[in-house]
Design a binder for this molecule. Structure first.
Ligand code: NAD
Length: 459
C-alpha cells in the first residue's frame, strides 16, 4: 500500500503508539528488522538498477553505488549488541558510593528527507542507522528521481508495517507537510538553501537535525604528483553520475607548472572512459531533468571550453566538459555546479591556493593531490571542510568507519557506519548512587568545610 500525504498525521500517530510499546528498543527486534532490510535490498537490486537507469541513465555498474552501504547493515547486525550496551564511566571519589553509565537510547520518530542524485542510498542508508538505534521512521525520497522514489515506496511498504517504518512520496508540498509535524529527529540531505528551511521548521519544535548539504568542493593539484593516476582519479570522481555527486570535485585549482600536462591527461582519461563520443557511451549518465539541464547549459557560457562542451537538450546530455579561463567572479564559481562541468583555476604557490579556498564557505569535501607530506600536513592544518581525501576523489565516502558530513554551509552532523547509530541515539547520562552510605561533606552547616570543597575543586 502506498501512503497518501493526507495520512501523514495518522501514520505519525500510529508510529508514536508503536514506539511507546517499547518494541523497537528490543535488540533482537532491531536485528530482525535490519535482516529484513538486507533481504529486501538484495531482492530489489534489479528494480533499483532499472529505476536509476530510467531516472539518470545510470549504467548498471554505477547503479550499485546506491548500495555501497550494504556492508554497513552486516556490520550493524554484528556489532549492535555492543553498540547498544550502556557504557560505564568513572565517577569522582566525592560521589561515593556511586556508578555512572551512558545509555544509548532511540530518539523516537525520525524523519529522513532525501535528494535525487543518489536517490536510494540517501534515504535507505540513514534508515539503517535509525533502525539500529531503535527508532521508528518516516522517509521521504526525492520526487525528482521519480522512478526510484516509487521503488523505495514499494520496498518499504512490502518490508515494514507503516506504524514502524513508512515511506511518503511527493514533492516540496509533502516535505512541508512533514516538516509541520513534530518529529524527534530529522536527517535531511539536499541543498544548503532548503537545509535552512528544514532547520527553521525543526527549531519550532527544538527537533535536533543532521543536515547533509552540498557546496563547492575544491580539488587542489600541486606539482609533485603522478600525472596519469591523478588525471584518472579526478576524471572518475567528476564525471560519474554525470557530475551529479555531492562530493564530486567542483572545481580544479592547479599549480600552474602542471596545468597543461594535467588537462591533456584528463582529456585522455575522458576518452579512455567514455570513448571519442561520450553521447554513445553506455557508461555515461544524463542530467536528471530539464531544469537542471538548462541551469548547467547556462554555466557553459563562462570561460573557454577546452574539453567537451557538447549538449543535446532532448536527451539532457552534456558531455564531460572542462572550462579554462574562469575567474573567481564567474557565474560558475558562485554556486555548486552539480553537473559534468569542471572549471579550472591556477595558482603559483600553495599558500595562495589555501587562502582562496578559505575565502569561500566551508566545503563538503576537499581534495589535495601531492606526494609531499609537508604540504599534505599544511593543507590538513590550514583548511576547513567536512572531509578530505588526499590523492583521490570521492573514495573517502566508501570508508564507513569515517563519519560522513559537512561543516558550516555544507552541513551539520554526520552518519555512516557506527556514526549512523550515534546520530540516531540520544546518549543518556545516568548516575546511580548507593543508599548504604551517605558522606555528608556537601550538607550544611558548612562550618569548617570550605577547605574540603577547595580540595575537591583544585585537586
Ligand atoms: P533539494 O534541497 O532541492 O531537495 C532535497 C529534498 O528537499 C527533496 O526531497 C525535496 O522534496 C525537499 N524540498 C525541496 N524544497 C523544499 C522546501 N522548500 N521545503 C521543504 N522541502 C523541500 O536538493 P536536491 O536538488 O534534491 O539535491 C541536490 C543538493 O543536495 C546538492 O546541493 C547536493 O550537494 C546535496 N547533496 C548532499 C549530499 C550529502 O550527503 N551531503 C548528498 C547528495 C546531495
Amino acid at each position: 500500500m502506498l501512503l497518501e500525504q493526507s495520512s501523514i498525521p495518522h501514520i505519525l500517530n500510529k508510529q508514536r503508539q508503536f514506539f511507546a510499546t517499547g518494541k523497537t528498543k528490543d535488540i533482537d527486534f532491531r536485528i530482525e528488522q535490519l535482516k529484513k532490510l538486507k533481504r529486501a535490498i538484495s531482492d530489489y537490486q534489479e528494480k533499483i538498477a532499472a529505476a536509476v537507469k530510467a531516472d539518470l541513465n545510470r549504467p548498471k555498474f554505477e547503479a550499485y553505488f546506491e548500495l555501497t552501504f550494504f556492508t554497513e547493515i552486516n556490520d550493524a547486525i554484528k556489532k549492535l549488541k555492543s553498540w547498544a550496551k550502556p557504557r560505564r564511566v568513572s565517577t569522582p571519589i566525592e560521589q561515593f558510593p556511586a556508578g555512572a553509565k551512558i545509555y544509548p537510547e532511540p530518539f523516537g520518530i525520525v524523519l529522513i528527507i532525501g535528494a535525487w542524485n543518489y536517490p536510494f542510498q540517501l534515504v535507505i542508508s540513514p534508515l539503517l542507522g535509525a533502525i539500529a538505534a531503535g527508532n521508528c521512521a518516516i522517509i521521504k525520497p526525492s520526487e525528482i528521481a521519480v522512478n526510484t522514489s516509487k521503488v523505495i515506496a514499494d520496498l518499504i511498504a512490502n518490508t515494514f508495517e507503516s506504524n514502524y517504518i513508512a515511506a511518503v512520496t511527493g514533492g516540496v508540498e509533502v516535505s512541508q507537510k512533514l516538516l509541520a509535524e513534530k518529529f524527534d529527529y530529522i536527517l535531511f540531505t539536499g541543498g544548503t538553501k532548503v537545509g535552512k528551511i528544514v532547520m527553521e521548521a525543526a527549531a519550532k519544535n527544538l527537533t535536533p537535525v543532521t543536515l547533509e548539504l552540498g557546496g563547492k568542493s575544491p580539488c587542489i593539484v600541486d606539482d609533485d604528483i603522478q600525472l596519469e593516476y591523478t588525471a584518472k582519479r579526478i576524471t572518475w570522481g567528476k564525471f560519474i553520475n554525470a557530475g551529479q555527486t555531492c562530493v564530486a570535485p567542483d572545481y580544479l585549482l592547479i599549480n600552474k607548472s602542471v596545468k597543461s600536462d594535467l588537462l591533456e591527461k584528463i582529456k585522455q582519461s575522458i576518452e579512455e572512459f567514455y570513448g571519442k563520443n561520450p553521447a554513445e557511451s553506455p557508461d555515461y549518465c544524463r542530467i536528471i531533468n530539464q531544469n537542471q539541464f538548462n541551469r548547467l547549459n547556462d554555466l557553459l557560457k563562462d570561460g573557454k571550453i577546452v574539453i567537451g562542451g557538447e549538449t543535446k537538450s532532448e536527451e539532457r546530455y552534456i558531455s564531460p566538459t572542462v572550462i579554462d579561463g574562469v575567474s573567481w567572479d564567474s557565474a560558475i564559481m558562485q554556486e555548486e555546479i552539480f553537473g559534468p562541468i569542471l572549471p579550472v583555476l591556477e595558482y603559483e604557490n600553495l599558500d595562495e591556493a589555501i587562502a582562496l579556498v578559505n575565502s569561500r564557505p566551508k566545503p563538503l569535501s576537499l581534495y589535495f593531490f601531492s606526494r609531499n607530506k609537508q604540504k599534505q600536513k599544511q593543507v590538513l592544518r590550514e583548511t576547513y571542510s567536512g572531509n578530505v581525501c588526499i590523492n583521490d576523489t570521492v573514495m573517502q565516502v566508501g570508508v564507513t568507519s569515517l563519519p560522513f558530513g559537512g561543516v558550516g554551509n555544507s552541513g551539520i552532523g554526520s552518519y555512516h557506519g557506527k556514526a549512523s547509530f550515534d546520530t540516531f541515539s540520544h546518549y543518556k547520562s545516568v548516575l546511580n548512587k548507593g543508599l548504604w552510605l551517605d558522606l555528608n561533606w556537601r550538607y550544611a552547616p558548612y562550618k569548617n568545610k570550605v577547605n574540603l570543597i577547595k580540595n575537591i575543586i583544585f585537586r
